[in-house]
Design a protein around this ligand. Sequence first.
Ligand SMILES: Nc1nc2c(c(=O)[nH]1)N[C@H]1C(S)=C(S)[C@@H](COP(=O)(O)O)O[C@H]1N2
Ligand SMILES: [Mo]
Length: 257
Amino acid sequence: MTRLTRRQFLVGSSLGASALALGGCDLLGSNDQTQTILGSAETLTMTVQRLLQSRGALAREFAEANVSPTFRVNGTSAPDSEEYARLREDGFQSWRLTIDGLVERPQQFSLLDLKALPARTQITRHDCVEGWSAIGKWTGVPLGSLLKSVGLKSSARYAVFHCADELEKTLDGSGRYYESIDLIDAFHPQTILAYAMNGQDLSIGHGAPLRLRVERQLGYKQAKYLMRIEIVESFAQLWGGGGGYWEDRGYEWYAGI
Ligand SMILES: Nc1nc2c(c(=O)[nH]1)N[C@H]1C(S)=C(S)[C@@H](COP(=O)(O)O)O[C@H]1N2
Ligand SMILES: [Mo]
C-alpha cells in the first residue's frame, strides 16, 4: 500500500517535471543554455526515480531447501568485553536495545519485548565482500515498525547501529563495530532486527542476541551484537565519519547488491 502510493507519487512527480520543462521552453523561447539546463533537470529526475524504485525492490527470497548447511562466522565471533560476558551469562535477560537520538520517545526493548512484536521470517542470501555467500533463514522485528513506535523527528535521516564488539583494539574506542543505513533502507520491508537464525535463537557467532538484516546490501552492513540504534541527521561527526567500521577503513557506505 505504502509502496503503491510512493510509486504513484514518483510517476506524478516525473510527469510534473516534464510539464514544467515544457512550460519553461514556451516561456523562455529558444535560449540554448536554458534548454540544456531544463534537459539535464529532467534526466536527473528520471535517474532519481529509477534509483528510488530499485531501492524499494525486494531481495530474492529462497525456499527452506536452499538454506546452506553451513554458514560461516565472519569478523567478530564473540565480543570479548566484560559487559558482553555478563549479558551472555544471564542468557541476555538483562540486555536491552536502546533506540534514541532524533526520536520522539527514546525507548529500551528487552529480548522478550522484541519477541512479542509481530515478526517477519525471510530466507535470503548473504554476500560477503570477501567472496563467499550463504543462504540463511532469519526471523525478527521489522525495523520500520519499531521506528514508527518511537516516532522519528523531522530531522531524522539515518539509523546508526552501535555494536558490542571491538574489532580493532584502540584507546579511543574507534575500533568498535558500527554501521548506518538511510531511512529508505530502514523502512524497507525486509530490513529486520533478527533474533533467530534457521529457527533457533541467534548463536554468539552470528550476533546474539540481535543483529541487523538489510538484505539489499553486502555482508558488512549486517551489524551483529546490537546494543543501540541512534537516529541521526548526519554521521559525519561520528568516529571516522564514513558511517561504519569498514567504511571508515575505505569500504563503500552504500554496499548495494
Ligand atoms: N558487530 C559486528 N557485525 C558484523 C561484523 C563484525 O565483525 N562485527 N562483520 C560483518 C561482516 S564482514 C560479515 S560478512 C557479517 C558476517 O556475519 P556472520 O558472522 O553471521 O556470517 O557480519 C557483519 N557484521
Ligand atoms: Mo563480510
